[in-house]
Write a protein that binds this ligand. Structure first.
Ligand code: HEC
Length: 118
């Protein structure tokens, strides 16, 4: 009898351990917080295409936007200009179609996320 009680106890303990650990792994499988956008991963690749050659030295002779520091410093002006419409004064990218909403949102989200470099 003692043996039965003991093995029942052991089994319950094991079962409980199994339950808690499976709960834990379920929790860690929950969707993670979306990753913050960064200059290197998200912003630089867009600008290298859309703001070239004008803002990319040595080919471009407009204000250089080929570094994190320069883009970060001018993010307010950049956001204003890319949200203008072609034909409006100051619209960027000059002489090109307006950037798509999802591309513009990358710049907005980057600012919201704190203008991280990487
Ligand atoms: C075809 C060339 C061209 C392209 C492409 C272009 N720009 Fe420009 N950009 C200019 C010119 C010319 C000026 C100066 C005239 C002015 O301020 O509107 C300028 C000025 C600017 C300024 C003001 C800089 C200052 O002097 O303070 C910003 C900000 C800017 N551009 C952002 C952008 C961004 C962001 C892109 C890419 C999405 C872009 N531009 C693409 C030609 C271009």
């Amino acid at each position: 009898m003692k043996k039965i009680v003991l093995s029942a106890l052991v089994l319950t303990t094991l079962a409980m351990q199994f339950c808690t650990s499976s709960k834990k792994s379920q929790a860690s499988a929950a969707p993670a917080k979306p990753k913050s956008l960064t200059y290197e991963a998200n912003v630089q690749p867009i600008m290298a295409v859309s703001c070239a050659p004008c803002h990319m030295p040595p080919q471009g002779n407009k204000k250089p936007y080929n570094t994190y520091a320069a883009v970060k410093a001018d993010i307010d002006d950049i956001l204003v200009r890319i949200q203008k419409n072609p034909g409006e004064k100051g619209f960027m990218p000059a002489r090109h179609p307006k950037l798509s909403d999802s591309t513009i949102n990358v710049f907005k989200q980057w600012q919201t996320d704190g203008l991280l470099e990487k």
